[in-house]
Design a protein around this ligand. Structure first.
Ligand SMILES: *Cc1c(COP(=O)(O)O)cnc(C)c1O
Length: 431
């Protein structure tokens, strides 16, 4: 039966007259799956409720931060304690020191960390720092990796394989885009050729060590190691954008899981436990260049915000408990298996890429290893899948190109309900 969505529709109608596209971030508008967006009223654990009272098992998790599920009591309590002391001081606090310490202990390559307010701020600042540290201007990124809406990273490949980029958004000056070279993900040969030709001009190579913004695409064997080797040879910095993967694919992030250490790391999402946070960090000798120690300027009125710090601290302390990541791995495996079984029973071609508790389901029979592979998938089928699942009380991302996230709050009941809904949903796709 179709969902009752009168209240969502009414709110959307009002929102459209007030906000561009009715939303504060584009993917929320459901353009990728058609139909009107759902307005959410509240959430608890692995469940969310929309304003019409429909309940869903949530695999979006606010796009990654909510690895403990919604409203974890210890996180709420920590935020309430911080709230009782004040919302913002614009001065150092014990909470910043505590969160910084937890992050440095967890993420292998970090010796210093700077808190900011979003993942975008983290990557923007890390790029500025890489340029300041190396005295070089050019940047290499990979197709399909998203690093926030930083001007110089909203860039797509130019006309030839070895040409610098062109803007991927109106409003980005081509002069910025020309400093960014965009290469196919998982293509080490392309990187080697680029470094051979331009290596001495490259300030940094930035990538998601597991791509999570074109669906989920893991690094192929040797890809991260190869980039590490090439950047080291050229004196360029390697930046891992671990805004999704940090504290997601392992407590110490993808760098711990794959054993490859970058020079700089960007964090966000989970380290704020659902409040707005980002961070960037790296080796001491690089981070020393950041103001006030060094000449690379970067600041923030609300950076290190006490509520966000408290939420982050409580989240990391809970994640640190023994067995957390084994359990997330097992839950991830169960969801992957449920997707695969449902698809194969219904005869729907599906590839599931999974790293721990993040995964992407692609409607294709070909392995997906880069953006062009992701683009070959049946997007129309994904849209139908999305609505079939929504009607059965399961909320996956409203876009083929976003990850599904499992949280510690997804238990047997939720996973079993999802598996049953998947069987029906996949069958409905072919009937
Ligand atoms: C979400 C995301 C960002 C941007 O973070 P915001 O907090 O949305 O600015 C950057 N990089 C990656 C890999 C992300 O997934």
């Amino acid at each position: 039966m179709p969902l009752k969505t009168d209240r969502s529709k009414e709110l959307y109608r009002r929102a459209i007259g007030l906000l561009p596209g009715g939303v504060n971030s584009p993917v929320r508008a459901f353009r990728a799956v058609g139909g009107d967006p759902l307005f959410i009223h509240r959430a608890e654990g692995a469940h969310i409720w929309d304003v019409d009272g429909n309940a869903y098992i949530d695999y979006v998790g606010s796009w990654g931060p909510l690895i403990l599920g919604h409203r974890h009591p210890r996180v709420l309590e920590a935020v309430q304690d911080a709230l009782a002391r004040g919302t913002s001081f614009g001065a150092p606090t014990d909470l910043e020191v505590k969160l910084a310490q937890l992050i440095l202990e967890a993420v292998p390559s970090l010796e210093r960390v700077r808190m900011v307010n979003s993942g975008t701020e983290a990557t923007m600042s890390a790029i500025r720092l890489a340029r300041g540290f190396t005295g070089r201007d050019r940047v290499i990124k990979f197709e399909g990796c998203y690093h926030g809406h930083v001007d110089g990273l909203l860039v797509k490949a130019g006309s030839g394989a070895m040409t610098f980029g062109v803007p991927d958004s109106a409003g980005v000056p081509s002069a910025y885009a020309e400093l960014t070279l965009t290469l196919p993900y998982n293509d080490l040969d392309a990187l080697r050729r680029a470094m051979k030709r331009f290596g001495d001009q490259i300030a940094c190579v930035i990538l998601e060590p597991v791509a999570g913004n074109m669906g989920v695409i893991p690094p192929m064997e040797g890809f991260l190691e190869g980039i590490r080797e090439e950047t080291e040879k050229a004196g360029s910095l390697l930046i891992f954008d671990e805004v999704i993967t940090g504290f997601r694919v392992a407590y110490g992030g993808a760098q711990q899981r794959f054993g490859v250490l970058p020079d700089l790391t960007c964090l966000g999402k989970i380290i704020g436990g659902g409040l707005p946070v980002g961070a960037y960090g790296g080796r001491k000798e690089i981070m020393e260049k950041v103001a006030p120690e060094g000449g690379v300027y970067q600041a923030g009125t609300l950076s290190g915000n006490p509520l966000a710090m408290a939420s982050g601290i409580a989240t990391l302390e809970l994640l640190k408990a023994p067995g957390t990541y084994e359990s997330l791995e097992e839950k991830g495996r169960r969801l992957e298996r449920a997707l695969q079984e449902a698809a194969s029973e219904a005869g729907v071609p599906l590839q599931v890429n999974r790293v721990g508790s993040m995964m992407g389901a692609f409607f294709t029979d070909q392995p997906v290893r880069d953006l062009s592979g992701a683009r070959r998938c049946d997007i129309e089928l994904y849209s139908r899948f999305f609505w079939e699942m929504l009607q059965r009380g399961v909320y996956f991302a409203p876009s083929q190109f976003e990850a599904a996230f499992v949280s510690t709050a997804h238990g047997d009941e939720e996973l079993n309900h999802t598996a049953a809904a998947l069987k029906e949903g996949m069958r409905a796709l072919v009937s």
